[in-house]
Design a protein around this ligand. Structure first.
Ligand SMILES: Cc1ncc(C[n+]2csc(CCOP(=O)(O)OP(=O)(O)O)c2C)c(N)n1
Ligand SMILES: [Mg+2]
Length: 302
């Protein structure tokens, strides 16, 4: 593990950006850019980040950024990567940085195509579980039971397991991360940077506005997501799967998962189901199924 003191001092996400207070996605971007360094080109589709970066000709992101259409994160990244290759530029990382709506939903075909072609890009999805920028509509990432403006009584479906869909593309690197653990996230981006081919990192990014919690609780909420097992930190590389951070401790039986209600009860978005025992049990069942599957997968890949 790396200490924050050992990370580069240089900030590539500059102060003065337009994120809401407590934005989990910007914690993630700050440390992702520290890991990737200045020789990075970013593709940002329509999402909160394209607003946060500021209005042209000003920007809060100190690497070149292309603002592109909602569905086009992966295809633009693929094109830039091909252009760099044609010019024999080998030391530039192409980073697609997209929200969950732009990834789980509208951007999935371009992402799947880039993965299938083996394009040399890092695709990072910061997952705030909703279409944040347009006023909190449900996405394929919104968890079961969560309020959004289009699921006023709580979402009736579970989240699409996008990270597993990407794993099935047989690409060299797939990882999950969380804004509450910048050291784990930094290491994953650092590792991904050195690998050739498509790399996919899915980052749980708590959002105070959409999840209905105070802006100072972002890190605490992210920690509760991992502690309850609702979000699992892992990484797949060289055909092997490893749990990381607190998820590794949970997998090894060194840390006991806390009941998921401890994670849900601090978020206003789960109000519709907080007193519904059946719904809470359904969420626990899904968590346990996911863990069972991931542990079996780790064994199978040994
Ligand atoms: C084709 C198309 N449909 C809809 C929109 C409107 N739109 C812009 S951003 C956005 C939501 C993005 O959600 P997500 O990808 O989760 O990113 P977040 O805003 O949460 O950061 C939508 C629906 C658009 N720009 N283009
Ligand atoms: Mg989103």
């Amino acid at each position: 593990m790396v200490s924050i003191r050992d990370m580069p001092k240089e900030e590539l996400l500059l102060p003065g950006h337009a994120a809401c207070p407590g934005c989990g996605a910007m914690i993630a971007l700050r440390y992702a850019l520290k890991a990737l360094g200045k020789r990075t080109i970013m593709c940002v589709p329509a999402c909160c980040t394209s607003v946060i970066q500021g209005l042209y000709p000003h920007t809060s992101i100190a690497v070149p950024v292309l603002n592109i259409a909602f569905a086009a994160a992966a295809s633009t990244a693929s094109g830039i990567s091909a252009g760099l290759k044609a010019r024999n530029v080998e030391d530039v990382t192409v980073l697609a940085w997209a929200g969950d709506g732009g990834t789980y939903d509208i951007g999935i075909q371009a992402l799947s195509g880039a993965a299938e072609r083996g394009d040399d890009i890092i695709y990072a999805c910061y997952d705030n579980n909703a279409y944040g920028n347009t006023g909190i509509q449900r996405s394929g990432a919104t968890p079961y039971g969560a309020w959004t403006t289009t699921t006023p009584t709580g979402k009736k479906e579970h989240r699409k397991p996008l990270e597993l869909i990407m794993l099935e593309h047989n690409i060299p690197y797939v990882a999950t991360a969380c804004s509450a653990f910048p050291d784990d996230l930094y290491m994953k981006f650092k590792k991904a940077r050195k690998i050739k081919g498509p790399r996919f990192i899915l980052i749980l990014s708590p959002c105070p506005i959409a999840w209905r919690f105070p802006s100072w609780s972002t890190v605490e909420i992210g920690k509760l997501a991992v502690k309850s097992g609702a979000w699992v930190l892992w990484e797949y590389h060289n055909g092997k799967l490893e749990f990381t951070g607190w998820s590794k401790l949970i997998a090894e039986g060194k840390l006991k998962k806390i009941p998921v209600i401890e994670y849900l009860k601090h978020q206003g978005r789960f109000k519709p189901i907080l007193k519904d025992e059946k719904a809470i049990n359904e969420i626990e069942r899904r968590i346990n199924d996911y863990w069972k599957f991931m542990k079996a997968l780790k064994e199978a890949l040994k």
